[in-house]
Design a protein around this ligand. Sequence first.
Ligand SMILES: NC(=O)C1=CN([C@@H]2O[C@H](COP(=O)(O)OP(=O)(O)OC[C@H]3O[C@@H](n4cnc5c(N)ncnc54)[C@H](OP(=O)(O)O)[C@@H]3O)[C@@H](O)[C@H]2O)C=CC1
Ligand SMILES: CCCCCCCCCCCCCCCC(=O)[C@@H](N)CO
Length: 343
Amino acid sequence: MGNYLSGNQFPVQGKTVVITGGSRGMGLAVGQQLAKKGANVVIIARDQNKLLQALEEIKQAAKDPQTQRFHQLSADLANPSESVRTIDEIVTWNGGHPPDIVWCCAGTSLPGLFIETPISHFQSQMDSNYFSSLYMAHAVMTCWIKTAKQNKTEASGSQPRNPIPPRHLIFTASFLSFYTFAGYSPYSPTKAALRSLCDSLSQESNLYAASYPNEPAIRLHTIFPATILTEAYQAENIIKPDITKKLEGVDEGQTPEAIAMKSIKGLESGLELITTDFLSALVQRSVMGGSIRGGPLRMLIDWGLAWLMGLVMVVVRSEMDRTTRNWGRQYGAAGKTAVNRQA
Ligand SMILES: NC(=O)C1=CN([C@@H]2O[C@H](COP(=O)(O)OP(=O)(O)OC[C@H]3O[C@@H](n4cnc5c(N)ncnc54)[C@H](OP(=O)(O)O)[C@@H]3O)[C@@H](O)[C@H]2O)C=CC1
Ligand SMILES: CCCCCCCCCCCCCCCC(=O)[C@@H](N)CO
């Protein structure tokens, strides 16, 4: 609580954190960094061997391995009943208490030109990226509100107690939620949908906070990383259309550790939408819509950048259109150019 009042809006010491996709890449880095800050960590993914290996690495990073607790669960989160099952099991493991923080990192990317993409990929990308997060959100929010009801602390006109540290639900989207381009039609809509879900739930959380003023509020967040240098990124590059690689070439990428660190910093400073690099921060300002804004200073910066980006994005878009047309003239309309098909 001290932490909370003194400005850190994301204290994790002694809290129970669930990380979906915590067995590798960004999710694993998040698990290690939160363990280092004193959190109890539960990771969920499909591959059990990877989970066991990752759990060891997370334990090794722990601040106090004697008191912190760690757990892993194998589940395919594209299946809605698996989210309910895992949350139930975590509550039991956690002495009957719901987790304090759920961070949805699970996801995959199958880039491809639209008509070259098997129709089943559009559904499986939605399942893997959007629905896996939605199902988890539904399961854990249901659990949190059920607990609030059981505690019978509905608003009765009385003043709420001291500020209670909130619970947190975190989605992992992408730079591509804000701005997409050729080759990402199977993927970007799944991440844009996550941002919209976050905005919807963030508004709705006011309803719960007002109904249960003596229970922890639910805070929503979405992280928007650009390229993360993971094994998954190497794998997606094998199938990624050459034009897509060219268009995203300006982004050098960041390590999963750097992305995790910047995400946690954003959470600690109380942000709802969090970017982890400069380009994403700029492009975010061109599409703020009804998303929540920060305090007066941040609002001023947002507003200035939004004005600037209104102009800049016109240039960015037409530049990318020009690159794509030139590519088509030179190489034709295939994902892999003849040169790279042979390679
Ligand atoms: N790499 C990049 O360039 C970028 C990635 N992102 C997003 O960030 C997140 C992390 O990316 P990254 O670290 O590269 O990903 P990784 O592929 O390295 O890790 C993905 C994790 O999710 C798990 N997972 C995938 N599908 C399911 C499922 N159906 N049920 C349960 N677990 C699942 C994987 O384990 P298992 O396969 O065993 O289930 C693994 O633990 C993803 O949401 C990704 O879309 C955003 C921007 C850029
Ligand atoms: C001033 C504004 C200029 C804007 C220029 C646009 C630059 C393009 C940067 C592309 C970044 C792509 C990240 C994709 C991450 C991702 O989610 C995938 N790797 C997953 O498949």
